[in-house]
Design a protein around this ligand. Structure first.
Ligand code: FMN
Length: 374
C-alpha cells in the first residue's frame, strides 16, 4: 500500500466497543431484489459476497420495520419470520471478514398503494411528497406512531438475533423519520409536531426504542448509527440550523456514529447558494468531537478518500456507487494496485459485478446514476 493511503487503513473502535479494520464502509444501497415477502434472494447474497471483502463494515440495503413501510424489492425486518433470512445475509457479509450493519427504515409517504397491496401510505401529515405521481398519505394517529417506534425496537432485536454487528436508523433520504422532522411533511400540532423541538420527538423516540432493544437483547457490543439528510429543498423544509439542533440532541444519545447523506462529500448548502462551506464541515465542528461522523458522496479514488478525511477531519467514509463499479476497490488500494481501479461499468462486466437483475433494471430507469458505457 502507498504510504499516503495508510490513514484509510487505521482500525477504528466505536463507543460500543466494536472495532473495524479500516475507515471505509459500504454505503447502504438497496438492490430492489428482495422477494415480495422481504426475504433475501440469492442475487442479493451474491452481490454482497462479491464486494464486501476487506471493507471496514457494510451497511445493508434498507429493511422495513413494518410491512406498511416497504417499497418494491426492499428487505424486511418486520417479523420474526424474517430472522432466519436476515441471519443468512449477516453470515454472507461476515464470512468475508467484514462487520455487518442492518439499515432499518419505514418508507412513509414515499410508499405507494401499489406496493402496499392497496393500503394508503402513511406519514406525519396528509401531505404528498413533491415528486411526480406522489400519493397523498394518511396522517398517523398517536397510537400508530407509538407502534412504529416500537417496531424499530423489534427490528433491532431481530438484527441482534440474526447476528448483525449493528443497526443504522435510516433518518435520511425523505423516508418516514425525516418526514417527521420536516416542516414540509409534518404539519401536526400535537406532541409530534408544531415546533422544531416537537418535530424532533419522533426521531429521538425511535433512537430511544432502538437503544432499549440493544440494552435488553444484545449480549455483545452492538453498533448503533443514525443517517440524516442535512437539508431539504422544499419550502418550508429542513434547514442546516434545524439539523445542527437535532444533531446536538442526538449527540446526547451516545451513538456510535452519525452518517450524513449528501450527494458529494464537499457539498455546500442546497438552500443557501451564497454559503460555499461544505455542510459536513459545519456538522463536524458542531458534534464531531463527541460523535464520529461518516461522510459520503462521490468518493471515487483513494485520493478523494484521503482528501475527505483530511480536509473535513472525518474519521469514517462510506462509498456507494464506486463499490458497485469496482468491487475490489479496497483490496486494490491495500495492495498498491489503485491504478487499476475501474470507474466505468462495461456491459461485459455485468456478470463479474454480480448485479442483481432487479437492480440492473432499476438502474436503467435512473440515467446518470451509474457510469455505464454502452
Ligand atoms: C442504487 C442505490 C440505492 C441506494 N439505496 C439506499 C438505501 O437503501 N439507503 C440509503 O440510506 N441510501 C441509499 N442510497 C444512497 C447511497 O447510500 C449514497 O448516499 C449515495 O449513492 C451517494 O454516495 P456515492 O456517491 O458514493 O454513491 C442508494 C444509492 C444508490 C445509487
Amino acid at each position: 500500500m502507498k504510504e499516503k493511503y495508510k490513514p484509510l487503513f487505521e482500525p477504528f473502535t466505536f463507543k460500543s466497543g466494536v472495532t473495524i479494520d479500516n475507515r471505509i464502509v459500504m454505503a447502504p444501497m438497496t438492490t430492489n431484489s428482495a422477494f415480495e415477502n422481504g426475504m433475501v434472494t440469492t442475487d442479493e447474497h451474491n452481490y454482497y459476497k462479491r464486494r464486501t471483502k476487506g471493507l471496514g463494515a457494510v451497511i445493508t440495503s434498507c429493511a422495513q420495520v413494518r410491512e406498511d413501510g416497504k417499497f418494491a424489492g426492499s428487505l424486511s425486518a418486520a417479523s420474526d419470520m424474517h430472522i432466519e433470512s436476515l441471519a443468512k445475509l449477516a453470515d454472507t457479509i461476515k464470512s468475508t471478514g467484514t462487520k455487518a450493519i442492518l439499515q432499518i427504515f419505514h418508507v412513509g409517504r414515499m410508499g405507494s398503494a401499489r406496493t402496499l397491496r392497496g393500503l394508503q401510505p402513511v406519514s406525519a401529515s396528509a401531505i404528498a411528497a413533491m415528486r411526480e405521481n406522489a400519493e397523498i398519505p394518511r396522517a398517523l394517529a398517536d397510537e400508530e406512531i407509538h407502534d412504529i417506534i416500537e417496531a424499530f425496537g423489534q427490528a433491532t432485536r431481530r438484527a441482534i438475533l440474526a447476528g448483525f454487528d449493528g443497526v443504522e436508523i435510516h433518518g435520511a433520504n425523505t423516508y418516514l423519520i425525516q418526514q417527521f422532522f420536516s416542516p414540509h411533511s409534518n404539519q401536526r400540532d400535537d406532541h409530534w409536531g408544531g415546533t422544531l423541538e416537537k418535530r424532533m420527538n419522533f426521531p429521538l423516540a425511535v433512537v430511544d426504542s432502538v437503544k432499549a432493544a440493544i440494552k435488553k437483547h444484545a449480549d455483545r457490543p452492538f453498533i448503533l448509527g443514525y443517517r440524516i439528510s442535512p437539508e431539504e429543498i422544499e419550502e418550508p423544509g429542513i434547514t442546516l440550523d434545524d439539523t445542527l439542533a437535532l444533531l446536538r440532541e442526538l449527540k446526547e444519545k451516545e451513538l456510535d456514529y452519525i452518517h450524513i447523506s449528501t450527494g458529494h462529500y464537499l457539498q455546500s448548502s442546497i438552500r443557501n447558494s451564497e454559503d460555499q462551506t461544505p455542510v459536513l464541515k459545519a456538522i463536524v465542528e458542531t458534534v464531531g468531537a463527541d460523535t464520529p461522523i461518516i461522510g459520503v458522496g462521490q468518493i471515487i479514488t483513494p485520493d478523494d478518500a484521503i482528501s475527505a478525511i483530511e480536509e473535513l477531519n472525518l474519521p469514517l467514509l462510506a462509498i456507494g456507487r464506486e463499490l458497485i463499479v469496482e468491487p475490489d476497490w479496497i483490496i486494490k488500494v491495500k495492495t498498491g494496485k489503485e491504478s487499476t481501479i475501474r470507474t466505468e461499468i462495461h456491459l461485459e462486466d455485468r456478470a463479474d459485478l454480480a448485479f442483481p437483475d432487479a437492480m440492473w433494471e432499476y438502474i436503467q430507469t435512473r440515467p446518470g446514476w451509474l457510469p455505464i458505457v454502452k
